[in-house]
Design a protein. Sequence first.
Length: 518
Amino acid sequence: MFKLVAIAGKLRGQEFDLSDGENIAGRDSSADLHFQVEGVSKEHFSITVTGDVAYLKDLKSSNGTFVNGKVVKSKTVVNSDKIAIPDVIFQLVEIKEKKTIIKRAVIVDEELEDFLEVDESPDNIAQMPIHFFKYKLMPLLHGFNKEYEWRILIGILLTIFIVVTIALTIFPVLKDSKAILLYETAKRGGTYARIIARQNSRALEERKLDLVDTSFLDKEDGISSYELFDLEGRIVRPMTKLNQYISDTFSIRSKEWASNTSPRSKKTLTRYLDAGQIGIARKITAFNADTGTYDLVGVIAIRFSPRSLAFQATKNSKAYLESLVTSGIVAILFFGMVYFLTIRPFDELKFQIDECLRGKRKELEPTLLFEELNTIVGDINNLLARNRELQKDGTDDFEEMEDDTTYVASLKEFLLGAGGPALVLNSEKNLEAVNNEAEDLTGIRESSSHGQSLLDVAREKGFAATVIELCDKSADNNGTSQQGMYELGGFDYNIFATSLLGKDSFAKGFYVTFVRDE
């Protein structure tokens, strides 16, 4: 089993597993190993894995594929081989599975499960909500976190927060305004019914509904239709529906409501109807002189289409949209702040760990306050201290890493007497000096490239990858000169990289020369 590990360039730190069979790498979204890097072809190269053998093939890429510094068309690659393409250097890693490793992984998982076991419920009532939140609710989110990235989970939670906030704050306000509108409309309908009863009192007392005058309703604004009918459902007004029987759903519901309630109880029925209408039904009663009570003689059902209702609907929609947009903008800003505030301490921790491993600092000293990381920082510092003890054969002294300035200055002096193309890199492999011959050969200008990474200033990333690899090999071999070959300007050149080590045994600078292969 193999995988590619990016050790330099824009993808540094990323890993790509290789499956059995052909694995195509490139910019195309359908590629098995997909990465968006400028200069990489849509299908740049392929690696075919058969058992414990990996075979690389360049797929006619624009900028070529390099293995250990040499451009190749096809080649069998083995563990630790360096594969360079524009802006990326991969290292092939062979993974040998062992049963003991798998067994240990199972043990670790079991220990993790034990670690996550729910603690006993506390006796203190004040601590019970925290216990429930941590050991009952949060495990659900931890389960989602196993399926989704942390940042995606935060985005989902913020979206839920927005929806719940709007539902609990804005919806009740809008609901109250809608209830007020319905109440005012109901009062208006009741007023019309009282006007009918007052203006037609004699006709109502004589039970002569055919003589009732409702013509004023035809002139009222907002009334889309109305029906005045008797207890049998026969329409008496408007005149256009005279002697017809009710068929409108709201009128039928109003008749049933009036028949099933006493004349003096709940005199008005109010309902929201379709098409943005409000239905108002009112009982029409007449005084019965014989019994001294009011008798139900008819019902009036009115359909309102008030402009205020349409205005309210538009206003509500606008309020919903404004709330969503405003909350969305605030959520995005909040997400950005929470996300970058959270990852910044880890970035600082990673940077300081790298400095410790390179000998530039003794221990981790985070400047950002993150109490939850204190235990981890302490454990890492202990590991670093033990690592130093092992490396120094038990000595406890720590020598601060020397500055590379004086060493680089010495290499620049050597550059003055160079008999051919040569350049100087500092300990970070950033460009410090280039003589004229090397400028003409590589196209790198010292005036515009000083202090920058060789990977960033070199026109050919394969060339930069080759030089960096040779520098690393020299640093790992006590400063011994390392040789490689690369084609420059149409000719093959031998590249020699030599590192200058300091008193702390770290490379302080690199001297790189080029000799044309005759």
